[in-house]
Ligand binder design. Structure first.
Ligand code: SF4
Length: 407
């Protein structure tokens, strides 16, 4: 991103657009995302998708997409929409033709050859496939509905389609061993993907998996196992020529996900759909207020607004315009925004940009340098303010100490 931090803070248009599709064929055992198991012929999906198109068009008319460079259709399972996803991609490209990276999330069971080819024609540039594991027994434990063979076939087809392809993989899962994790990584990388995201499984309260494990603290999910698997992944993935650029993300040169990088580098983004989050500048929020008079006025002294859509999928499908949506709002001062940017920037291999540190110093003063010195002394950051291995593994401590600078 070329703009200085002071400029980014005041950009009146979103630079990235996120659309959330909350439908899945079946809920996975570990999932606490905003997603619902939905029959494939449920008319709600079509109504929801058409409503998203209306909202995107309205955002364009407000000028909220004027500077938009990337778009990401996530879920849920966007590929489950089938032709509806193609229509959504066409709508986004029509509303913001300057977009250069447009990603769709997909699951192997709903990513057909026809859908891949339609997505390419409609203007998608990238597909991110939820593979998680290439071991059938592990997949069954996670409650995933695809098999390893199906995943390999669909990833290979996506690579052959010419789209940039990313794979999501998951470690510290039931039945996984060091050997099976290595086999999953090697096989996924052999398919020619340019991007891989790797996450340790989090056992979230309220999920089927949490009920299954109860209070047992399973050995397969132990924090030491998570750290070991993440380190194993780094070593194998880097041997294939992909470089880590974020705590969980690896890419071949030129294949970084620019949309996700936007989230970590302080530029405004707009999220539409149930559960979708936005981060707007004060100027961008004033544009949204023109269409949403029911929203709270911008409080004095606040320069960033975080919004989360709280409308259910049914309410969203019924929405005629942005003003029909319900949002949770959080207003941040310039200082809070700077602390947030420091925290997010510490996720990146490149570390804290000097222009961000200088911007934050103007707002936070000497306490910033004292905190950064402590984080270097305690081994979370190196002298160039890049996260160390300790910083990666104990990220919550690192991010928490940077966020403390907000107050
Ligand atoms: S496919 Fe993804 S979003 Fe859907 S239930 Fe599974 S983990 Fe959740």
């Amino acid at each position: 991103m070329a703009e200085s931090w002071d400029v980014r803070l005041h950009l009146p248009s979103a630079q990235a657009l996120y659309l959330h599709v909350p439908f899945c064929k079946r809920k996975c055992a570990y999932c606490d995302f905003a997603s619902w198991g939905t029959p494939c012929d449920d008319p709600l999906m079509g109504g929801y998708e058409r409503s998203l198109e209306r909202l995107v068009s309205e955002a364009r008319d407000l000028g909220l997409l004027d500077g938009c460079k990337t778009a990401y259709v996530g879920g849920g399972t966007p590929s489950y929409l089938g032709e509806g996803l193609v229509s959504l991609v066409s709508c986004v490209k029509g509303a913001a033709p300057q977009i250069r990276e447009l990603t769709c999330e997909a699951n192997p069971d709903s990513l057909s050859d026809a859908l891949l080819s339609w997505l390419v024609t409609a203007g998608a540039t990238r597909v991110s496939i939820g593979v998680q594991s290439l071991d059938d027994e592990e997949l069954a434990q996670l409650g995933r509905i695809h098999t390893a063979a199906q995943a390999c076939k669909r990833v290979a087809a996506a690579v052959a389609s010419g789209l940039d392809v990313s794979c999501d993989l998951m470690c510290a899962i039931p039945l996984q061993t060091r050997e099976s994790w290595e086999a999953t990584l090697e096989q996924a990388l052999s398919l020619g993907v340019g991007h891989v995201s790797v996450y340790p499984l989090v056992i979230e309260d309220g999920t089927a998996l949490a009920r299954r494990v109860g209070d047992s603290n399973p050995a397969w999910n132990d924090p030491d196992v998570q750290a070991e698997r993440m380190e194993q992944a780094r070593s194998i993935i880097e041997k294939h020529g992909l470089s880590r650029y974020e705590v969980a993300s690896y890419a071949l040169p030129g294949c970084q996900c620019r949309h996700n990088v936007a989230y970590w580098t302080g530029v405004p983004y707009l999220g539409l759909g149930t559960g979708a989050a936005s981060m707007l500048s004060a100027e961008g929020y004033l544009r949204l207020l023109e269409a949403c008079p029911h929203l709270e006025a911008l409080p004095q002294g606040k320069s960033r607004v975080r919004l989360t859509v709280t409308s259910s999928p049914v309410e969203l499908a019924d929405a005629r315009c942005l003003d029909d949506l319900a949002f949770d709002l959080e207003f941040l001062s310039e200082r809070e925004a700077a602390a947030e940017d420091l925290m997010l920037g510490a996720r990146l291999t490149a570390g804290l940009e000097p222009s961000l540190v200088n911007h934050a110093r103007k707002l936070i003063g000497e306490r910033l340098d004292a905190t950064l010195d402590d984080l270097v002394a305690d081994g979370y950051l190196d002298g160039a303010l890049r996260p160390t291995k300790r910083g990666w593994l104990l990220g919550n401590e690192l991010y928490g100490r940077l966020w403390d600078l907000a107050s």
